[in-house]
Design a binder for this molecule. Structure first.
Ligand code: ADP
Ligand code: TRP
Length: 334
């Protein structure tokens, strides 16, 4: 018998250039999942307004996120790729879920508390209800799996709570969505100085972006923090050197990694050589993605068509859910 594919959804906010962390933490999973599941991947443009109210660069950022996702391997024929704001059903569901979300639990959300600290002058209601909109994003397609990083687990738990409350009060419509990753694939990509993680906006010199040109990639890698090296075999590896090996494990082949590991272990390693090898492999990894993304960005009309088609496809699924929701609520009058 034909078995319906399970539904997967994830989103990325268009708040800056995508980086290696986004690739290995999120997009690599998307690429694999599109072969096995019914996938919806979207650009969370409404969500970005909670922290980035200035929309001067928004359109270009949305186009870039779409281009970089395709360049990284998302096939818009296989996965539905769209912009959140082109699916108004999400806003309707968000409104309804807001009645099932309590001020107290929203105020306790870790990401909300972080943002309040970061932008005390703009604690808007959208920021407070961010997890409700995220739940609407997920539940609008009755998604089951949500490939995201660890930082998103609390939001997923809230989405499950809102889904349960709706189902309990009005009748079953939603499955309970779960965060998803492929086994040990979930990595936190460290910044080049080992002080934190690569991210869209902070620490641009210690983050490798998919748009960085070859010289900039080399420059950033060569500046990565090291020291004068181990003086005797068996020395414990400092955190920032472990990070360099972690980065190497993402892009270099086994023989390169084991060569430098061996050199570390017998205290003969020269970090300059290691960083040079890492820089070469980073360039090899990033440059084809960058070139594909730039080519796609040169053709705005095609990207717009992908966003339009994706939105139309997403709306078909969203409308089905909204119809079921209205019926359960009893707000279907004719
Ligand atoms: P950023 O933190 O750079 O703004 P987002 O919050 O938009 O990135 O995250 C988009 C996706 O990329 C999420 O699933 C998140 O878990 C993942 N991600 C972001 N940074 C990293 C990182 N350094 N390592 C692994 N995954 C990451
Ligand atoms: N909050 C997510 C992040 O910062 C982005 C996002 C918005 C999302 N809506 C979503 C992720 C729905 C997964 C599912 O990374």
């Amino acid at each position: 018998m034909y078995k319906q594919k399970e539904i997967v959804l994830s989103g990325i906010r268009p708040t800056g250039f995508l980086h290696l962390g986004n690739y290995f933490g999120a997009m690599r999973n998307y690429v694999r999942m599109q072969e096995e599941y019914e996938c919806y991947f979207f650009v969370a443009d409404w969500h970005s307004l909670t922290t980035h109210p200035d929309t001067k660069e928004l359109k270009q950022s949305v186009l870039r996120v779409v281009a970089e996702n395709i360049a990284a391997g998302i096939n818009p024929q296989k996965a539905c790729l769209y912009a959140q704001s082109t699916v108004p059903e999400i806003a309707e569901l968000y409104l309804l879920l807001n009645m099932l979300a309590y001020k107290g639990e929203l105020e306790k959300t870790v990401t909300f508390k972080d943002k309040v600290r970061l932008q005390p002058e703009n604690v808007n209601a959208g920021l407070l209800t961010y997890p409700v909109l995220q739940a609407a994003d997920i539940l609008i397609h009755r998604s089951k799996y949500v490939p995201v990083g660890k930082d998103q687990e609390q939001h997923l738990e809230m989405a499950r709570n809102f889904a349960q409350r709706f189902n309990y009060r009005y009748g079953d419509v939603f499955p309970e969505p779960q965060a998803f990753n492929y086994g040990s694939d979930l990595v936190k990509v460290p910044s080049l100085d080992g002080s934190g993680k690569m991210s869209k906006s902070e620490n641009q010199m210690v983050t490798l972006y998919l748009a960085d040109d070859d010289d900039l990639i080399r420059k950033k890698v060569m500046k990565a923090k090291t020291d004068s090296g181990p003086t005797e075999p068996g020395t414990e590896m400092p955190e920032y050197i472990k990070n360099l090996f972690l980065l190497m494990s993402l892009v270099s082949d086994e023989s390169t990694i084991s060569l430098f590991k061996q050199q570390y272990n017998n205290a003969s390693i020269r970090y300059g050589d290691m960083k040079k090898a890492l820089a070469d492999d980073m360039v090899k990894f990033i440059s084809p993605i960058r070139e594909r993304a730039n080519n796609l960005l040169d053709d705005t009309a095609s990207l717009q068509k992908i966003i339009k088609d994706g939105g139309e496809k997403a709306r078909i699924s969203a409308q089905k859910t909204i119809e079921a929701v209205r019926e359960k609520l009893g707000v279907n009058y004719y």
